[in-house]
Design a protein around this ligand. Structure first.
Ligand code: ATP
Length: 646
């Protein structure tokens, strides 16, 4: 047990309380507690009038003097503070909770939720705040309850907007995709993953709004539209003292100082809170970046009906981007099969469709892209083959992380920066495995050790920014394997790492596959054909939304059948022996660029760049045809291609 775990609960809480929060917390607490402790501080009645003592200077009986009606100023500023603070904090809290929920839901679920959130905020923001407040107070009459209602309505749109834009930004980060890929339910992602990451800006907005609410409450009370006399409030005190400010400046100074101090304390507290919620505390490496979404697809050519060795299969997949007018086809006629205990690599130029194919296999297609035909099938650990289209959202969440898991290109952004590594691992484990927090902790530490993290118990309690890129990728691998999925999709998992760390991660993946008791299939997406040659059993080459060649890695890389595969090999530097012999000594760039999805040529999509294209390539749309040696190729000139390769 760690020394921290041995401490009693209150001590651990105190130890966890950041030192920089102490001063602002004490200041704010004092400013809130003092008004509510008014009966203990003074026994004067804040509404008792004594005309003979009006505008009396401070005395023992009345330390802050008496106002224009001879009422005790100390009592009035204390009791007035109770009302001003209650109205401001209750209204701000309501606005914050409602606005943040609207923003979160709108940004995460989009569609009609986004429409409702943004339009509601726009409508309220159309009204100048003070006019809206005046209108409501005139309609419903002044009073504290009306004030709370007015201020809540006035301020919720600003929270909704901030939460919406921040949640939109955070939703696109890799660790949110990673959580979804691990099958974490949406509610949990919203509250545990996205909310803590938007807490900083929301807390700053809270401080600004609470301060503004106190000011507006005072302003309305000053205008006689807020708290009803004789009940005291700071605004009313200013209103009353205004006429006598030259002969009795103390009268206006006291409520103004109370207002200023309170607003300062709230801002101070929220500023520190924002810094505290960001575990990097402003001292981070600043390297975290927003990276692109998940990548990948599957391999194996002619679909085989439920062959027992099949762990996942894409059949005749077509993905369209829904645009006004005609949809654009991004992926067409993709059929691939992943086999048990095999590593299948997916290669191809950027934009060839690797990411979308694998996103489809995880049931995580981006908004606006729909599956217009084909099947996506996965074998669950129970042995049952399921069609993703038939699963509910809840069932899909159960499949992700449990039966299929994913690791991402950018280890720097794949972990949630505001939670400790251990917390994230325990959450991922408990999402699928019913076990106590202590058991999940033990399993997480074992997994960290298994993926080669030194001092695993200490790292468990650390934050992601305290780790190097290679260590984070190891943590991601440990998390992905925590529920022992049958299939692991690795989206360019080494691209963001330096060469030595790349080699270590590849070695780790190889080891894990070897040690995995129930067998682990790997779908490995990479631009690096050298790594592919090292790790993959089979390779699928994609071009312009289609698989153009597929087969055993050794055969495909040594003797490519498709002219694009050959061109790809010739264009890539590699010291790998297989690749070297396939292309000779010289590197040759592939001329031209791949066609855009909405401007694919007729016939073969590669024909404009193909050195062996003939006239027929412009009219015949080639199919993925099986070839001897468990290979397949999409080219009517493939035999010539083989001759060239041989
Ligand atoms: N969210 C999206 N909205 C619209 N089009 C998209 C979206 N995601 C991908 N596309 C398009 O779909 C096609 C395939 O993209 P995909 O990301 O699958 O390629 P990729 O092979 O994974 O590329 P990379 O190696 O760069 O990751 C591209 O033309 C791309 O522009």
């Amino acid at each position: 047990m760690t020394p921290q775990a041995q401490r009693p609960g209150w001590r651990r809480l105190a130890a966890a309380f950041p030192r920089r929060m102490i001063v602002p917390s004490v200041l704010l607490a004092a400013l809130i507690i003092i008004p509510f402790a008014a009966p203990l501080i003074t026994d004067a009645n804040p509404i008792r009038i004594s005309v003979r003592e009006r505008l009396s200077p401070p005395s023992w009986a009345h330390p802050l003097g008496q106002d224009e009606f001879g009422r005790d100023r100390l009592a009035r500023v204390l009791y007035g503070g109770q009302i001003s603070l209650t109205v401001a904090f209750v209204a701000t809290s309501i606005a914050c909770i409602v606005g943040t929920l609207f923003g979160l839901i709108g940004a995460y679920f989009r569609g009609p939720f986004q429409f409702v959130t943004t339009r509601m905020a726009d409508i309220v923001l159309c009204f100048p705040p003070i006019l809206l407040a005046l209108l409501v107070v005139t309609l419903f009459g002044p009073g504290a309850v009306t004030l709370v209602a007015v201020l809540s309505v006035l301020y919720f749109p600003s929270f909704a907007r901030i939460a919406f834009s921040e949640a939109l930004r955070v939703s696109s980060l890799d660790f949110v995709e990673a959580s979804r890929a691990l099958g974490t339910p949406s509610r949990r992602i919203l509250l545990r993953t996205i909310l803590p990451n938007i807490a900083g800006p929301v807390s700053v907005q809270y401080s600004l709004t609470a301060a503004a609410a106190i000011t507006i409450e005072s302003g309305l009370s000053f205008l006689g539209l807020g708290v009803v006399p004789p009940a005291p409030s700071w605004g009313q005190m200013i209103r009353g003292a205004r006429q006598f400010m030259e002969q009795d400046p103390l009268g206006i100074l006291i409520p103004c100082i109370a207002l200023t101090l309170t607003i300062y304390a709230i801002n101070f507290f929220c500023d520190r809170l924002r810094d505290t919620l960001d575990p990097k505390g402003g001292a981070g490496d600043g390297k975290d970046t927003v990276s692109r979404p998940i990548a990948s697809a599957v391999a194996g050519h002619t679909p085989v009906a439920d062959a027992p060795e099949t762990v996942a299969e894409i059949r005749d997949l077509r993905l369209d981007l829904a645009l006004p007018g005609a949809p654009v086809t991004l992926i067409e006629d993709v059929s691939l099969r992943l086999r048990a205990n095999e590593c299948t690599a997916l290669v191809g130029e950027s934009g060839s469709g690797k990411s979308l194919s694998s996103l489809a296999l995880m049931g995580l297609l981006p908004g606006g892209i729909r599956q217009s035909s084909g099947q996506l099938r996965l074998r669950r650990k129970s042995g049952e083959m399921v069609d993703l289209a038939t699963l509910t959202a809840r069932e899909l969440e159960q499949v992700r992380g449990h039966d299929v898991a994913m690791i991402f290109q950018e280890p720097m952004t794949s972990l949630n920066p505001v939670h400790k590594v251990g917390t994230q691992m325990v959450e991922a484990i408990q999402a699928h495995r019913p076990m106590s927090a202590e058991a999940a902790r033990k399993l997480a530490i074992t997994l960290l050790e298994r993926v080669g993290i030194n001092e695993a118990a200490r790292r468990f309690d650390g934050y992601p920014h305290e780790m190097s890129g290679g260590m984070r990728q190891r943590v991601m691998i440990a998390m992905a394997l925590s529920c022992e999925p049958r299939l692991l999709i690795a989206d360019e998992p080494t691209t963001a790492l330096d060469v030595t760390i790349q080699a270590e991660i590849i070695e780790l993946l190889r080891d894990l596959r070897r040690d995995y008791a129930d067998g682990l299939s790997l779908l490995f997406i990479s631009h690096n054909l050298g790594i592919v040659a090292d790790i993959a059993d089979r390779v699928a080459v994609m071009y312009s939304g289609q698989v153009v060649e597929e087969g055993p890695t050794d055969l495909v890389l040594r003797a490519p059948l498709h002219p694009y595969t050959r061109a790809l090999l010739e264009s890539m530097p590699s010291s790998h022996e297989a690749l070297h012999s396939a292309r000779g000594d010289r590197l040759q760039a592939i001329s031209g660029t791949p066609p855009l999805p909405n401007a694919r040529p007729s016939g073969c999509a590669f024909r404009d760049r193909c050195p062996i294209a003939i006239e027929a390539c412009a009219t015949i749309r080639p199919h993925l045809e099986p070839r001897p040696g468990e290979r397949a190729v999409r080219c009517i000139r493939a035999p010539e291609g083989q001759e060239v390769a041989a």
